[in-house]
Design a protein around this ligand. Structure first.
Ligand code: ZN
Length: 443
């Protein structure tokens, strides 16, 4: 058994043993205990870490004596490419620059680590203590559109915090060292809300107080050796995200989008594309002249309410968000919903397809207004009774899925799973957008 394998097994044992201490269903998987906050934390709060003196680092490493091996990763992929990381320390305690070296026959067009995205070499990234654990990997996009798994990061922070966005009651924290740590939860006004010890190699769940609206708390973990980590945890009210640990884009990043009016560029959507239908031969539905205008309007709205910048690109294949259309069928839930996010619910892959068989497939409900009972023609209604949101809101809803948002419970939310005719953001929608992406960028 190699040292590396032994180390992983040892860690798996530690994590597995600790997982049993958690009651919350979200915490049963060990990965949730060690999955970190994303580097977004540094944007939101300015995460403060204190470098550990070298002496203490050595002492901490002693706990793994005999199991520690150089934490580098050398990984050969199916394309024949080789991905290599330099040796890493056992623990990182401050921002740590790292370069992925790529060699091989297949051209690489993008490398991601969490929500850090690089599209040209050098493939430089910054590991942060809260965003590192022993099973993170780099994701690689080849220039032909294929995805590959890059090298694994095999290091940890002294402490980990769990999900950054919490819609339940608890926030997980973990102590990766052999000495006890103390965790304190601070309210937005700085008042202490909770304090507890975290046992060596252990984790606990911090109770978050009930709040009426989205609230950002601070978690501060420290130990007697002077190691300290501060990270925010947001209690979400009225909104939720697919992956509460990571978000797809950092605040203030530029997100590219493309619209394919031809139907040619859509990715496989089996089994939703109708049997026998060759969508690749079609053009934008003749009845829909204002798709593009509604798409642009959606991005304008999202840009106004976040720190993100959305830029249109001609490069459909490599755009972050790709909008097209397809026949997704009439009467199915997808048909009612109007679109499909590739991979189904749970994916933030970035493809949005408008269903040509849904009620938004034509320009009848274009734009961002609310369509009401005036859609009655004489005594006959032409759609189910009630109000309908303009197609712009449908597109906004689907783009928000690609940004990482899940459905919300409230009928007043744009992220409600059903069209209730909602034609403006709810306060909860705006709170969610602001919490995940921030409102403004500091230049
Ligand atoms: Zn939806």
């Amino acid at each position: 058994m190699s040292h590396l394998t032994a180390l992983r097994m040892f860690r798996a044992f530690i994590h597995g043993a600790t997982a049993g201490q958690f009651k919350g269903k979200k915490l049963l998987k060990p990965s949730h205990l060690t999955r970190p906050f994303s580097s977004l934390t540094t944007h939101l709060v300015g995460m403060k870490t204190v470098r550990i003196p070298a002496l203490i680092l050595c002492a901490a490493s002693l706990a793994f004596s005999g199991l520690v091996s150089p934490a580098s990763a050398n990984h050969t992929a199916a394309s024949g490419n080789e991905y290599l990381l330099p040796a890493l320390p056992e623990y990182i305690t401050g921002p740590f620059p790292i370069e992925v070296s790529v060699s091989g026959p297949a051209p690489v067009c993008e490398v991601r680590y969490g929500n850090q995205k690089r599209s040209t070499a050098p493939w430089l990234f910054t590991l942060t203590p809260a965003a590192v654990n022993n099973n993170d990997s780099f994701d690689v996009k080849l220039c032909d559109g294929e995805f590959e798994r890059g090298p694994w990061v095999d290091t940890e922070a002294p402490f980990n915090t769990g999900e950054r966005f919490v819609d339940g009651n608890g926030a997980a924290v973990r102590n990766n060292l052999a000495t006890p740590a103390t965790v304190v939860l601070l309210k937005p006004d700085g008042a202490e809300s909770f304090r507890s010890e975290i046992p060596p190699f252990g984790g606990i769940e911090i109770p978050l107080p009930e709040v009426k609206k989205t609230t950002t708390f601070s978690i501060v973990i420290s130990n007697s050796s002077g190691q300290i980590m501060t990270a925010p945890v947001v209690k979400a009210v009225g909104w939720n995200v697919y992956d509460a640990r990571l978000t797809k884009y950092d605040p203030c990043t530029t997100v590219t989008w493309a619209y394919d009016p031809s139907g040619k560029a859509i990715e496989p959507v089996y089994p939703y594309t109708r049997p026998g239908e060759d969508v690749k031969k079609k053009k934008q539905p003749a009845a829909a002249k204002t798709f593009k205008k509604d798409i642009q309007g959606s991005f304008d709205l999202l840009e106004k309410n976040t720190s993100l910048t959305f830029v249109e690109t001609d490069d459909y294949t490599n755009a972050d968000i790709r909008i097209g259309w397809a026949n997704l069928g009439k009467g199915s839930s997808l048909g009612n919903h109007g679109t499909l996010i590739k991979g189904g619910t749970g994916s933030t892959d970035g493809q949005v397809l408008i269903n040509t068989k849904g009620k938004w497939g034509t320009d009848r409900y274009e734009g961002f207004k609310k369509y009401g009972p005036k859609n009655y023609v004489g005594w006959v209604y032409i759609e189910p009774p009630g109000t309908t949101a303009g197609r712009g809101w449908l597109i906004t809803h689907e783009i928000m899925h690609t940004l990482g948002f899940l459905h919300a419970d409230s009928d007043n939310s744009i992220m409600a799973p059903i069209d209730y005719g909602t034609s403006k953001f709810s306060q909860e929608d705006l709170d969610g957008l602001a919490a995940v992406f921030g409102k403004k960028c500091l230049q």
